[in-house]
Design a protein around this ligand. Sequence first.
Ligand code: SF4
Length: 399
Amino acid sequence: MTTSAAPALALSDDLDELVAEIEARFDDLTLSRVRAWKDAAPGRLAVGCLPVLAPREVLWAAGALPVFIRGAGDRIDTIRGDAFYQSYICHLPRSTLELGLLGHLDVLDGMIFPNTCDVIRNLSGVWQTTFPQHFVRFVDPPQTGERATAAAFLRADLDLLYRDLCARTGRAPEPAALAEASEAYAEAARAMAALAAARLAEPWNLPADEVYQLRRAGDAMPPRDFAALVTAYVTAARGRGRRAEDRIRVCLVGAFCEQPPVALLRAAERAGCYVVDDDLTLSHESSPTAPRRDGEPMASIVHAALTTPRACAVRYDEHGAAGATLVERVRACRADGVLLAAPSFCDPALLDQPRLTGALDAAGIPHTSFKYSESSGQFQSIREQAGTFADSVKLWGTA
Ligand code: SF4
């Protein structure tokens, strides 16, 4: 038995209506659409996932909608959440707790915390004591280059998660359901690949803020619905017919966990950049090739989790190749430079910067860096910095 085989979303082909739909989904902090999805059929669950590892296929196969929780941005005042953390901790756990304490996450049946850093590890414990009604699972991605050991370790974790969730939804843990879920997410990944290609080809028609909010809308959508929304948006946005402006093409790197405010993305683009690639909303990327139904779907899911994700500071880097990988990516995107963005007090992103900048310097790729908080309200300095960077690259080919 599968969760859903076909998209259930009725979509307009009008771009303004699609963008309004995307913005409404992005702004749905109380997860009203998740509640509607759960209410549409008995036995459905919804499980929150913190960045950046999310076993979406496993959740979906078990009848649970994966819902990415990436903090609240600048859209709520964080008051009680602040009381849990010292001033030198990033903002994401505070606003996530605030969302929970406000009751905005009540529709969720559980939360999955991947081991990305001490902050998330700590948050998983805080969550267990603060929200005892939630099913809480701490997932520890393997940190070894020995592939068979890593696969066996992750497989044991995911098998257990699948069985536990199926016990809650009343489903039998079947390989066919895993295969169907993998196909659904492969469809979403193909749509995402088309979105990325369209942005690379004509970023003036697919602005960074829209593309970003579209991906955030997908944080709480069934995979085939999300694929349909992405496809409709790409088609409509490409028909905009805007003309390219004299801006530089940049990759935005380092914003994989705590997300910058949307206004920051707008400020960077209006300052003279086209953001053609970024590592925001990591976890949406997955293998666009679904595992074979006659194979072992869980083994395929584990293999994809270990081999396909994009490099980032909180993922095991077996060969220490993050810098070289970034250089390759910049060249593949025909980017003129890199904006290194990091949340304030994010140790993984900030500690990763020296090796990234070293590789960029060695390759002669201009870059500039800045820090942000999800709750930042002032972007003038970032706008000036991005504008100066863009002008320098245009005039002298360097920052
Ligand atoms: S923003 Fe950085 S430090 Fe904070 S939870 Fe995410 S990875 Fe950890």
